[in-house]
Write a protein that binds this ligand. Structure first.
Ligand SMILES: *Cc1c(COP(=O)(O)O)cnc(C)c1O
Length: 372
């Protein structure tokens, strides 16, 4: 180690941007709004009064359990501004429910989700100027829960901190859809039966970066996570996976892996299932949750039965897939057969437009929660 190689001005925390950037210059998760929400928990006492304070560094002991044993879970949600200038959330109760499912898995305390949504609303009122008002732009909200006890013993933390920060973000695809290539990873496994793949734990993400960088070297934007000897499909990067095909029975079917404990229960996933089930008769499609094997994808592609594949999550809503690199060979996925220039199939596009329409308040729906 060379002492003194880091210039003085780069030592310590890099201060965050305090200025608001023009929308076009936003990079995901790099600028933060002025304030943060913070609530402490102490075993035997419970939760303290929530506080909204300026965004800034936390003071934590180097022995805090979060740094050693990854006592951490988080959420990802967004605030959208509608045409009237009102701020809206999308199904925030689902994020709270999921966080209260993740927390006990790492022995962190649960909390009242409805009350915490009220706290987040208050934070958004304080930082309302940080919610971009252009369609496609939004304020990403990151609730985070960490164990803070100063202790190297491997056991549950007797102290915790629940905080929320916000980051203005642009549309995932600045110039419309851009279909992605997937690297079907037959070596590393993201989650496994009996594991924690269904909880949004920080510990699930750091190990995914090495395979993602290897995928990038092979020209693929995301990892397609597989499991088992049959190479069953699980998820795409940090998105849920949907396959639209003509199944062996000759039926048009939208299918996504079932929530068997290895799959993160996405809010977008749930919304897509509910919407497509409501369109079932109109579109004459089956909607199902179940196993999908790579061999089935390959044969569907060969036989012209593969229609669309896409990832789904809060960041991009849907992310169309054009190619899967599997065991050294490309499987090409159709986009829109009626339009060679299109970067998304018709069902992928309709889902995107409907969900965004609801999020931005253009389509009235109970999923969209207005903040008064
Ligand atoms: C967060 C996440 C998703 C998507 O969940 P949404 O609630 O739709 O944003 C999917 N898969 C993984 C692994 C995730 O972490």
């Amino acid at each position: 180690m060379v002492i003194g190689i880091i210039p003085v001005e780069m030592r310590g925390l890099r201060s965050h941007w305090t200025a608001q950037l023009p929308n076009q210059e936003l990079v995901f998760g790099q600028t933060f709004s002025d304030h943060m929400l913070q609530v402490e928990w102490v075993e035997g006492y419970g939760w303290s009064a929530p506080e909204i304070k300026p965004y800034g560094p936390l003071q934590l002991a180097p022995s805090a359990v979060v740094f050693h044993y990854a006592f951490e879970c988080f959420e990802g949600m967004k605030a959208y501004k509608d045409k009237q200038g009102c701020i809206r959330l999308f199904r925030p109760d689902m994020n709270m429910k999921r966080m209260n499912n993740s927390a006990p898995r790492v022995s962190l305390p649960t909390f009242d989700g409805a009350q915490y949504i009220e706290c987040i609303k208050e934070l958004l009122r304080v930082d309302q100027r940080w919610v971009p008002d252009e369609y496609g732009y939004s304020l990403y909200i990151r609730p985070t829960l960490i164990g803070t006890e100063e202790c190297l013993g491997v056991r549950a933390s007797n102290r915790a901190l629940l905080y929320t920060i916000c980051s203005p973000v642009g549309p995932y695809y600045a110039t419309g859809f851009k279909a992605i290539s997937l690297y079907a990873n037959v070596r590393e496994v993201r989650a496994w039966p009996g594991g924690v793949g269904d909880a949004k734990l920080g510990a699930n993400y750091a190990p995914t970066i090495k395979p993602a960088r290897e995928a990038a070297k092979l020209g693929c934007q995301q990892v397609l996570w597989l499991i088992g000897e049959k190479h069953e499909l699980m998820e795409v990067g940090t998105m849920n996976l949907f396959v639209f095909w003509i199944n062996k029975a000759g039926r048009r079917e939208l299918i996504t892996p079932a929530l068997d404990g290895t799959i993160l229960p996405g809010v977008t996933r749930d919304s897509i299932l509910a919407l497509t089930r409501s369109w079932r008769d109109e579109l004459d499609i089956d909607v199902s949750e179940g196993k999908i094997e790579m061999a089935q994808i390959a044969s569907a592609a060969n036989e012209g039965r593969l229609l669309e594949i896409f990832g789904a999550g809060t960041a991009a809503v849907v992310s169309p897939v054009k190619r899967i690199l599997y065991l050294g060979k490309d499987i090409n996925v159709p986009l829109d057969p009626s339009n060679p220039n299109s970067q998304a199939g018709p069902l992928t596009k309709r889902l995107n437009d409907t969900i965004m329409g609801i999020q931005y308040g253009d389509i009235p729906h109970e999923w969209s929660v207005v903040i008064n």
